[in-house]
Design a protein around this ligand. Structure first.
Ligand code: GUN
Length: 286
């Protein structure tokens, strides 16, 4: 049976450490603040935004929440972002994705000042992730790296297979593993003979967004399996991108869903916000 990589527990440990770091920053007159913007009423996004606010409260970060109606125009949203870019009490800015269809996601990402882009989605920060000289690490891949470290496996020289090629997870995930000297293969839903690739993986990261897409017989015995997927298949049933029951019999270590990668993402967001506060020397709200 595989070791369970319990992101919920690890994330609490990290947030407790961050709580001390926030207190130390405040002593120096630096007051971290995170602005979170949500446009519309997508229920999953509402849960994520609420959890981000709760995490801010837990670690002592000021949170500024902007819950905007679905009818908000792109101009109005960008105007708000530009105001927050100039606000000295705001260290980091996050616009929850997806945005409604009438808003261009890329224009929104590009409007956020790179030094406040705690998601690391701005092209400047994406470029820095490619070179390895980065301030902000995208939250989900950063959380995955922490869990891989928790498994005790050294990435160096290992076969790493990332299933999924999104800008938010798959692509930056591959870069982080590469920076740690893994041999990285990026696969996706249209990869021919996916099982042949995944069966090679010492570290398998599933981030394809398809419920239970990775079956037990696609996993190499003894692999570390990280499941980024959060798929709601019934009102009260969440599953990952990996068929958990079969996978845990084969893997050496595996993340559960929920309680695996999800809570880590939020802990990493808190970490990025602290970094932003240090970079921007955020002042206290007047
Ligand atoms: N939607 C799903 N994941 C994320 C994330 O990490 N950041 C933002 N801003 N939106 C998301």
């Amino acid at each position: 049976m595989a070791i369970l990589l319990k992101g919920k527990e690890v994330s609490t440990r990290i947030k407790d450490e961050l709580k001390n770091e926030v207190a130390a920053l405040k002593e120096k007159g630096i007051h971290p603040g995170l602005a979170v913007i949500l446009v519309g009423e997508d229920p999953a996004s509402q849960v994520y935004v609420r959890n981000k606010k709760l995490a801010c409260e837990y670690v002592g970060i000021n949170s500024f929440e902007y819950l905007l109606p679905e009818s908000t125009t792109q101009e109005e949203l960008i105007e708000l972002i530009e105001k927050l870019n100039k606000d000295d009490t705001v260290s980091g800015i996050l616009c929850q994705l997806p945005v409604p269809k009438h808003i261009d996601e890329e224009a929104v990402i590009n409007a956020i000042a790179p030094n406040k882009d705690v998601d690391a989605f701005h092209p400047v920060n994406v470029g820095k992730i490619m070179t390895g000289n980065f301030d902000f690490v995208p939250c989900t891949p950063a959380g995955v790296m922490e869990l891989i470290d928790e498994s005790g496996i050294d990435v160096k020289g290992k076969e790493c297979v990332v299933v999924g090629r999104s800008n938010i997870v798959g692509k930056p995930m591959a870069m982080l593993l590469l920076h740690r000297h893994g041999t990285v293969t990026i696969c996706h839903s249209r990869t021919a003979d996916l099982a042949e690739k995944t069966k090679n993986a010492d570290i398998l990261v599933a981030a394809v967004g398809i419920p239970e897409f990775i079956k037990g017989d696609m996993i190499k015995p003894g692999a570390v399996v990280i499941d980024v997927g959060i798929n709601r298949i019934a009102p009260k049933k969440l599953v990952g991108d990996v068929e958990f029951e079969a996978a845990e019999k084969v893997a050496a270590a595996i993340t559960p869903v929920p309680g695996g990668v999800g809570p880590m993402t939020i802990a990493m967001l808190m970490k990025n916000t602290l970094k932003a506060a240090e970079i921007n020397h955020t002042k206290q709200e007047q």
